[in-house]
Design a protein around this ligand. Structure first.
Ligand SMILES: Nc1ncnc2c1ncn2[C@@H]1O[C@H](COP(=O)(O)OP(=O)(O)OP(=O)(O)O)[C@@H](O)[C@H]1O
Ligand SMILES: [Mg+2]
Length: 257
């Protein structure tokens, strides 16, 4: 039986008069691939923002394994093993593809400022290790050949992949992907599906995925949760969920997935 990695207990948040999320309960097991779906404005990104410490919930608690994490700052949560990508791509556009990933590897750097300034051997050893690691991660995404390009020069689909590569560089146990296929063409989406599956299978990373592309969602998610007006409308087996009448009425429409 795998262990629970993340628990949300009656989590809610209010922005002024708007109750964006309420009574949100979630338990994700290690290595699970869970989809969070629902209409625009349902509160999906807000759930990610609470899990990653961007917002502290107004009510309820969030636990990473046994550790309560509500209100802990995002940079600290990266050290605890939570990484994410953003709905709107947030890369360092003018930095190289390689540097975008190396920046995220730096949580493992141990050389001191003085060692770095004088470029002594410890600096070069760590620099070499980080370079190797960053290149390995880029190759998983087929981006190694673009290592010297500036991130801005990549296609939209490749920029989305680079965001995931950068999140992977922090060596997460839990990875949150916010609409990774947005703006991708069908071939890119298909490739992305394989890559997400590989990340989970090869690295044993737990994945929580927000996505509107139902082909992608149904292709990889083992369990689905549907949010609507900040509340969980349905959850469970993906096929059962997409055939749920309330889900069809609120989100999928009669055209189906
Ligand atoms: N910082 C904020 N201040 C005020 N309202 C906010 C804030 N963040 C989100 N909201 C509101 O909370 C609700 C949920 O927004 P959220 O971005 O979580 O939806 P979503 O499910 O991710 O939608 P989409 O599919 O369009 O990305 C919306 O009504 C949104 O306007
Ligand atoms: Mg969103």
């Amino acid at each position: 039986m795998s262990e629970t990695i993340l628990t949300c207990e009656n989590v809610g948040i209010k922005f002024g008069g708007l109750q964006a999320v309420s009574d949100f309960n979630l338990e994700i097991k290690e290595k699970e691939l869970l989809g969070l779906i629902g209409p625009n404005g349902a509160g999906k990104t807000t759930v990610f923002n609470m899990i990653t410490g961007v917002y502290a919930p107004t009510t309820g608690n969030i636990y990473l394994k046994d550790k309560k994490i509500n209100g802990i700052k995002p940079y600290k949560l990266v050290d605890y093993g939570i990484a994410r990508t953003f709905q709107n791509i947030r890369l360092f556009g003018y930095l190289s593809v390689l540097d975008n990933v190396k920046i995220a590897c730096n949580k493992d750097m141990k050389y001191s400022i003085m060692q770095g300034m004088f470029r002594i051997s410890k600096f070069w050893e760590e620099e070499f290790d980080i370079n190797t690691r960053a290149m390995e991660i880029l190759s998983i995404f087929g981006l190694d050949k673009y290592k010297r390009f500036s991130a801005n020069a990549l296609s939209y689909g490749d920029q989305r992949k680079l965001e995931i590569a950068r999140a992977m560089a922090t060596d997460p146990d839990l990875l949150l992907l916010d609409e990774p296929a947005a703006g991708m063409n069908p071939t890119e989406t298909e490739e992305l599906m394989e890559t997400i599956r590989l990340i989970r299978d090869k690295f044993g990373i737990t994945i929580l995925l927000i996505e509107h592309d139902m082909k992608l969602v149904l292709g990889i998610c083992e369990r689905l949760m549907v949010l609507n007006y900040g509340k969980v409308l349905a959850q469970g087996d993906p096929i059962e969920v997409i055939n749920n009448e309330q889900v069809i009425n609120a989100y999928l429409g009669t055209g189906g997935a």
